[in-house]
Design a binder for this molecule. Structure first.
Ligand SMILES: [Zn+2]
Length: 138
């Protein structure tokens, strides 16, 4: 049988339902179909979370400082003093139970938060004792 250019070789595999004239589109479709690597997201264990809640009594641990003048008093955020991006661990000593407003303030005022010990820079050792607000100077 005489081969013509149209029948030469094996027919293209059409696993994507696309023609081979669409290499870019095919790559996009194949990328979308490829199973994505599961993101490993650490989460604070219930045990540690409960211990921190016990410590705070559900109240913002920075409430005496009223950071930014907007402390709501009710803690609903677990703040990592040494940030997770800096290797901070989900341990009681590294966690401060904050209200969302104080938490926002901490991450918006890093230098002040470092001075208060609410942020521990990457070059400093990991916290081993829980955070306490500095005593009011009077
Ligand atoms: Zn607060």
């Amino acid at each position: 049988m005489k081969r013509t250019p149209l029948t030469r070789g094996e027919p293209p595999k059409r696993t994507t339902g696309l023609t081979r004239n669409e290499p870019l589109r095919r790559r996009q479709v194949e990328a979308a179909l490829r199973p994505k690597p599961k993101r490993k997201r650490r989460s604070i264990t219930t045990l540690v979370r409960d211990r921190v809640r016990e410590r705070s009594g559900g109240l913002c641990e920075a409430r005496s400082l009223n950071l930014g003048g907007r402390c709501s008093g009710r803690a609903n955020h677990m703040h990592h003093r040494k940030l997770r991006s800096q290797g901070g661990l989900d341990q009681k000593a590294n966690l401060a139970h904050l209200c969302s407003n104080c938490h926002t303030w901490v991450h918006s005022n890093v230098a002040d938060a470092v001075a208060l010990g609410l942020i521990v820079p990457g070059y400093r050792p990991h916290p081993t004792t829980p955070w306490r607000p500095p005593r009011a100077s009077r």
